[in-house]
Write a protein that binds this ligand. Structure first.
Ligand SMILES: [Zn+2]
Length: 497
């Protein structure tokens, strides 16, 4: 319902910001610089003033029937008014506070079963829409319909329509990645992933082709096919293309799509293995990014490539010590079959080079070592371009989904290439000496196309970690990170035409 006529002309003078709902709606900072959006009924707000004071950032209070026309009102603390860039935490605090406030406000109203929520823009409609959209995601695909949590309808309260929609697109695209990662592996096989990606991208101007095993054989993708041979599920190779004209250079995005990773013959421990349904998180992020850039109509040429396979210990599975050959002719010794992501990415990166990209980015839930290094605080970034790193770091500062640079030192390359009998080793010498995320990146570097290349190890940010902020993502489940950061980063390429 519309509460437009229920806002006062001035608000209280303490530091809290508010969200209203019921018909739902989020109120602005009470320090008065949101003219025109405030409750007109000053008496009502005066009545609430003492309740807002001391309301901490990200905390909500819910009020019933603040006026006869408003059923429920949520008020959320936004933090200090003048917060901006926080260098130590490498984050645009003001934007992040808006996401948090918007998300917390919507959740608090959802908990009291409000079904139609209006959200204030908090002077940043993109961030407000992102917070609200991300906060309402729920994966309840297999729950009885009458037992499912009700998802409220969320809209803005007098926000800039275009900017609000942009925030919704960004939140939706991240939610798409979350959804794909949550799907169980018996239902999201490589074949089904290809079909679903085609469906997700069916209306956005993205051309989708799902290549089969014979196609991969014709491309001599021996490394990718070696991983797939342990499963009865046929591998697929997803190719997506979004084009805004022949005058633009190609950007290639590559996503690891292991729809389930048992580890293969080097089998993983069973505890927590169900999370390996999300070992296609890189591919999910690439599909989600293609969705966002097409909906936002970014002026770019982008190609998305996702090798899709299971990693299973079937009778035909690769075994430790096996040697295979990637499509660029390099021989690879597979010492550990659980280091399979780099094997499928090797061939995908070789194929990426056929598009003569100006820039190639791969994303993969690649190593547990990445999680050990950074936890869920940031995505690890390995790149041969300081310029591109600075750009994506800045994008992460803005989106709140941060990127941290990791090294591509020659010493790591020596660890994976210094063998007499074959070209590259999939784990490397001294694997018990640590640096596993770095040797994995060094392995990929052997197959990366010429020019600027970036590898994002997203293993640490695969699922939601409530100890690292972002309460709008909830307390558990898959995160869909860092989709919004990659989209924000790609936006910057438009200026380079
Ligand atoms: Zn693995």
């Amino acid at each position: 319902m519309c509460i437009e006529d229920r806002r006062p002309n001035d608000m209280m003078d303490d530091g809290a910001n508010n969200m209203v709902d019921e018909g739902g709606d989020v109120l602005p900072p009470p320090n008065g610089n949101n003219q025109g959006r405030l409750f007109r009924d000053t008496l009502i707000m005066n009545h609430f003033r003492h309740l807002f004071s001391g309301l901490k950032k990200g905390k909500a209070r819910v009020f019933y029937k603040p006026t006869k026309d408003v059923d429920v009102l949520a008020v959320v603390g936004l933090g200090k008014k003048d917060e901006k860039y926080d260098e130590l935490n490498d984050i645009d605090t003001r934007k992040e506070n808006v996401r948090i406030a918007s998300g917390v406000g919507v959740k608090s109203l959802q908990e009291v079963e409000v079904t139609d929520v209006r959200v204030e823009d908090f002077e940043d409609p993109v961030a407000s829409a992102e917070g609200a959209t991300l906060a309402t995601f729920a994966f309840q695909e297999f729950k009885a319909e009458d037992k499912r949590k009700k998802i409220p309808k969320v809209s803005h309260y007098k926000a800039d329509e275009k900017k609000w929609k942009e925030g919704v697109v960004l939140g939706d695209s991240q939610n798409t990645a979350r959804y794909l990662k949550e799907l169980p592996s018996n239902l999201l096989t490589p074949t089904r992933f290809g079909e679903l990606a085609s469906k997700i991208l069916s209306d956005g101007g993205v051309k989708v082709t799902v290549h089969d095993k014979a196609w991969a054989e014709s491309k001599k993708m021996g490394s990718f096919l070696a991983v797939a041979q342990g499963s009865k599920e046929e591998p697929k190779f997803l190719e997506m293309s979004y084009s805004c004209g022949s005058g633009l250079p190609n950007i290639v995005l590559v996503g690891k799509g292991v729809t389930f990773d048992t580890g293969g013959i080097s089998i993983k421990p069973s505890a927590g293995m169900d999370a390996m349904r999300a070992d296609m998180g890189g591919a999910a992020m690439v599909v989600a990014t293609m969705l966002a850039i097409s909906r936002l109509k970014l002026q770019l040429n982008v190609i998305g490539l996702c090798p899709l396979t299971e990693n299973m210990p079937g009778g035909a599975a690769i075994k430790p010590g096996d040697v295979v050959r990637a499509s660029n002719g390099k021989s690879i010794c597979i010492d550990n079959t659980d280091a399979e992501g780099r094997l499928i990415l090797a061939d995908a990166l070789c194929y990426a080079s056929t598009f003569n990209p100006c820039f190639t980015l791969d994303a993969a839930t690649l190593t547990g070592a990445m999680k050990v290094a950074l936890g869920a605080a940031a995505t690890g970034c390995f790149t041969n371009s300081t310029k591109r790193f600075k750009q994506i770091q800045k994008a992460g500062t803005r989106t709140g989904d941060r990127i941290w640079r990791m090294p591509l030192y020659e010493a790591y390359t020596n660890r994976v290439t210094g063998f007499p009998a074959f070209d590259v080793h999939n784990v490397g010498q001294g694997s018990n000496k640590g640096g596993g995320a770095c040797t994995a990146a060094a392995f990929l570097k052997e197959f990366a196309p010429p020019g600027d290349w970036m590898h994002l190890d997203i293993a640490g940010v695969m699922d939601v970690d409530p100890f690292h902020g972002m309460p709008y993502l909830g307390g558990s489940g898959m995160s869909g990170r860092p989709t919004r950061t990659v989209v924000e980063f790609l936006k910057g390429f438009q200026a380079e035409k």
